[in-house]
Every structure is written in C-alpha cells, then in structure tokens.
Ligand binder design. Structure first.
Ligand code: ADE
Ligand code: ZN
Length: 358
C-alpha cells in the first residue's frame, strides 16, 4: 500500500459520516489523562510516566488487556473524573466526523471499589449533555454488565441503573468471555428487556459461536459486539443475516488482542460478502492505537477494501444503531450522496484494480 493510497483512503474515511457503536468509555482513557487524574486523586499507578504506561500495552489475549484496563480505571473516583473521561472522548471523535455515538460504561468496575453508581453515571451524563450542546454530538449510553462477576451482582446494578431508565438506551455484556457464557445472564437480560432497554452482548470475540447463538436466542440481543467467530457456523451466518443483527467489529482491537494473526487477515470483507450487517468500531482506542478513522483506514488499507465496502460499513453503523428510523434514513442518504460525489478509481487498491481489469 503506497503512502499516497493510504492518504486517499484516509481522506475518504474522514469525509464519511460514521456512527460509533462499540466504545468502552474506560477504554478511551488516554495515558496523559490517566496520569493527571491519578495525581489529583493521590492514587499511585505502577508506572513512573506516560511512556511507561504506553510500553505496558502489549497483549497476548483479552485477559491480559482487561487486567491493565481495570488497573487504569482504578484512579477514577469523583464525578469530575468521569466527566473528564467522557468529555475527552467526545471532543476527540467530534473531530473525526463521527455523527453519533453509543458508548458503554462498566459501572461494576467502579462500584466494586466503593465509588457510588450515581457519581459514575452523573459525571458521564453531564459530559454527554455538554457534547450535545457544545459539539452537536448525538449520543446514547449503554450500561454494561461484567460477565466475570455473578448474575446477582449484575441484578444489583440493574436496580441502580433503573433509576436512570430514560438516560440509558440499553445494556451490554462484557469482560472475560471464555467460561462466562451469555446464558449465565438470562435473568438480568430479561429484566432489562422488560424495562424497555435495548440489548447488546459481546460474543464470539474469543468465545465460540455457541455463545453467539445464546446471545441471540436466549438473551434476545439486538446487536452482537464482535461476533467474529460466527464465520465458523454457516447456519449462524444465515440466521444473523436473516434477522439483520448488527455485528460491531473492532479491527485494531482484534489485531492487538490477537483475535486475528495480522490485520491483513481480518475477516471484515468476508462478513460483508456474506451479507452480514458488520461495521467497524474502536472498542478501547486508548489501548489499541486508534479511534474510528484509524480503524477504518488501517483495516481498509490492510485488506484492500473497495470504496463501496468502506461505505457499506458506515451505512451498517447507522442501520444497526438505536437511532429513530428517520434519523437513520437521513444519514444513509448523506452517505449515498457522499459516495456518488467521489470518483471511484483513485481509491481502488492496485490488486483490486487488477481483478476488475482496470
Ligand atoms: N471490555 C473492554 N473491552 C472489552 C473487550 N474487547 N472484550 C470484552 N470486554 C471488554
Ligand atoms: Zn468491547
């Protein structure tokens, strides 16, 4: 991939309206802000400086990452800390032509350390409201249950969250996947559905395709986070496609957590070719080396995506969002117009041009 081609893809991606549907606020905690907050809260981090923090970000699997992610989040104590975390994220993505975000927060990561639920959510909600007013950034909040804890713990958090029923759009399920199947959380997902919340679950990142079946059939989720391993099961692919269930795929995360051997082997093009509603997202950008545009651009360059495939991911991101239908239609029209006004050949990678004999 030439530098010029990379720059062309990057320009195309930047101009494309996008929705971020898979972002953990705690995973957007940049080392600089982490250091600043640790100092003002007088909590020691096991690092001397920002460079040492960054040097620790090398992971063989999901658990190695999660251990460092929870350690980083341990400096967050006060409402202002949660505000600063969420605000920094919103400012960052507003500059990337991300028009709408649906962000996860992990309340149990904080309540387990004695930080009250209200402190966490109110700091975040203030930032999201300021994002709407000052940045024009549309946003929804998703409360994620930690699957390495037991279901009773998730039910306690459900009862905390229900006080903010209208400020929360839905619930998610994250943390250590292997050994913690979706079926462990059937009751709390039923309660969450009865409360009128949308449902998402991480499944098929490291866990088997059976976990994706459980998430769609037992938990009745609207969206699967990751879902890469659906490719191992043709029946599942057909079902996900028929039900038009979104897959929020995270290319740089998959690369850093060794879910794929190399980004050039990422399955996104295969997922799209199978008719799945897959889209690209950033998961934990402070840890994995890039926000939305970096995820799109690196993936597109490494796997030689066509312009239509890139645009398809952006369309899917709005189609599978929790936005009202009129809003979705508005963004889809805008993407169509954007693609039509950009010439096709200049972005096509050399190999793809050869395939089309251009
Ligand atoms: N929490 C934050 N990022 C996660 C991921 N990629 N998988 C599971 N839990 C997470
Ligand atoms: Zn995630």
């Amino acid at each position: 991939m030439s530098e010029q081609n990379h720059a062309t893809i990057s320009a195309f991606v930047t101009g494309l309206p996008k929705a971020e549907l898979h972002l953990h606020l705690e995973g957007s905690f940049e080392p600089e802000l982490m250091f600043e907050i640790s100092k003002r809260n007088r909590i020691d981090l096991p690092y001397e400086n920002v460079e040492e923090i960054k040097a620790a970000y090398s992971f063989k699997n999901l658990q190695e990452f999660l251990d460092i992610y929870y350690a980083g989040a341990s400096v967050l104590l006060k409402k202002q800390d949660f505000y600063d975390l969420a605000w920094a994220y919103l400012e960052k993505v507003a500059s990337e032509n991300v028009r709408h975000v649906e962000v996860f927060f992990d309340p149990q990561t904080h309540t387990h350390r004695g930080v009250p639920f209200d402190v966490v959510i109110e700091g975040i909600l203030d930032a999201l409201n300021d994002g709407k007013k000052k940045l024009g950034m549309s946003s929804y909040l998703i409360m994620s249950y930690l699957r390495h804890l037991d279901e009773g713990d998730a039910i306690k958090i459900f009862h905390e969250g229900i006080k903010y029923r209208d400020e929360i759009v839905g619930v998610g399920l994250d943390s250590s996947e292997l050994g913690n199947p979706p079926s462990k959380f059937a009751e709390v997902f039923e309660l969450s559905k009865e409360a009128g919340w949308k449902l998402c679950a991480h499944a098929g990142e490291e866990g088997p395709s059976e976990y994706i079946w459980e998430a769609i059939d037992l938990l009745k989720v609207d969206r699967i986070d990751h879902g890469n391993r659906c490719l191992e099961d043709e029946k599942l692919i057909a079902e996900l496609s028929k039900r038009e269930i979104g897959l929020t795929i995270c290319p740089l995360s998959n690369d850093k957590l060794q879910v794929v051997k190399d980004l050039s082997e990422h399955p996104m093009r295969k997922l799209l070719a199978k008719g799945l509603k897959a889209s690209a997202h950033s998961d934990d950008p402070a840890y994995f080396g890039g926000y939305m545009n970096a995820n799109y651009t690196h993936l597109a360059a490494a796997t030689e995506m066509t312009r239509n495939e890139i645009a398809m991911m952006a369309k899917h991101s709005f189609e599978t969002s929790f936005l009202p239908v009129e809003e979705k239609a508005k963004y889809l029209d805008e993407i169509e117009g954007y693609v039509a006004s950009n010439s096709y050949l200049e972005i096509m990678p050399p190999k793809t041009r050869q395939i089309f004999s251009l």
